[in-house]
Design a protein around this ligand. Structure first.
Ligand code: ZN
Length: 242
């Protein structure tokens, strides 16, 4: 598929047979849900019939409403943090669908291990945003395939963190490997994830470099708007401390 076939941020009013009201089409068979204000605070994507991430527990009703008439086969996480797993249980139980989670984050998702890193910031975020523990039906590994996207292990932010990459049009859904807004001011721009939320910032930097080496054409973040300007990504990576 050629990305130029689609106007970026086009309002997706109709798919093949389904009415979609609030979602934005960002690439072929990829939509971004509209679940929070301000926009792009906690991003959730739909690729074909798979939901990627589930924002916070406060987003459950909005997400379920937007997905009401949409076929869903599973929820797949980029990683287990409160702002990505928050609505998992409500969505999976309401829709009767399984949860897929990166292998090394499963213990956290199921409540057998704490979310990491064990910083005060994560603990506070858990209190404010996390959803209940929920059992994982599918363990995700590097090289797996979901809805035409390849699962790529990108550790550092959490041990299991993965991204989803579609070779045909080089669309990358990267979770929190990198973000496109400032965590405090919301100013748009590329930033590493905050160290207080990142288990191993150095390893995450390796994952950011790995992302750039894939030469994506469109990058979809857990936080911040999608990025089309890949020169910006290359400049950011060039400036990363070695
Ligand atoms: Zn996040």
């Amino acid at each position: 598929m050629n990305l130029s076939d689609h106007t970026p941020r086009q309002k997706a009013s109709v798919t093949d047979s389904t009415q979609i009201t609030d979602m934005q089409m960002i690439a072929h068979h990829v939509w971004q849900l509209s679940n929070c204000f301000p926009a792009n605070l906690f991003n959730v994507y739909l690729i074909e019939d798979v939901l990627i991430d589930a924002a916070t527990r406060w987003d459950a009703s909005s997400l379920l409403k937007q997905l009401a008439n949409i076929p869903l086969s599973q929820v797949a996480l980029t990683h287990c943090h409160p702002d990505h797993q928050g609505a998992v249980k409500q969505i999976c139980t309401t829709r009767g669908i399984p949860l897929a989670c990166p292998e090394a984050d499963i213990a956290s998702m199921e409540g057998h291990a704490p979310m990491v890193p064990r910083t005060a910031a994560i603990k506070i975020m858990q209190l404010g945003f996390a959803g209940p523990a929920y059992s994982v039906q599918r363990s995700l590994h590097d090289g797996d395939e979901i809805a035409g996207f390849r699962v790529i292990h990108m550790p550092g932010h959490t041990p299991g963190h993965v991204m989803y990459f579609r070779e045909s049009d080089r669309v990358a859904i990267v979770g929190d490997v990198l973000r496109n807004n400032h965590p405090l001011t919301g100013k748009i721009g590329l930033y590493e994830p905050p160290a207080v939320f990142t288990l191993d910032p150095e390893e995450n930097r390796c994952s950011i470099r790995k992302l750039a080496q894939l030469h994506p054409a469109l990058v979809c973040f857990g936080h911040g708007p999608v990025l089309h300007d890949m020169e910006q990504l290359d400049r950011f990576v060039d400036r990363l401390p070695s």
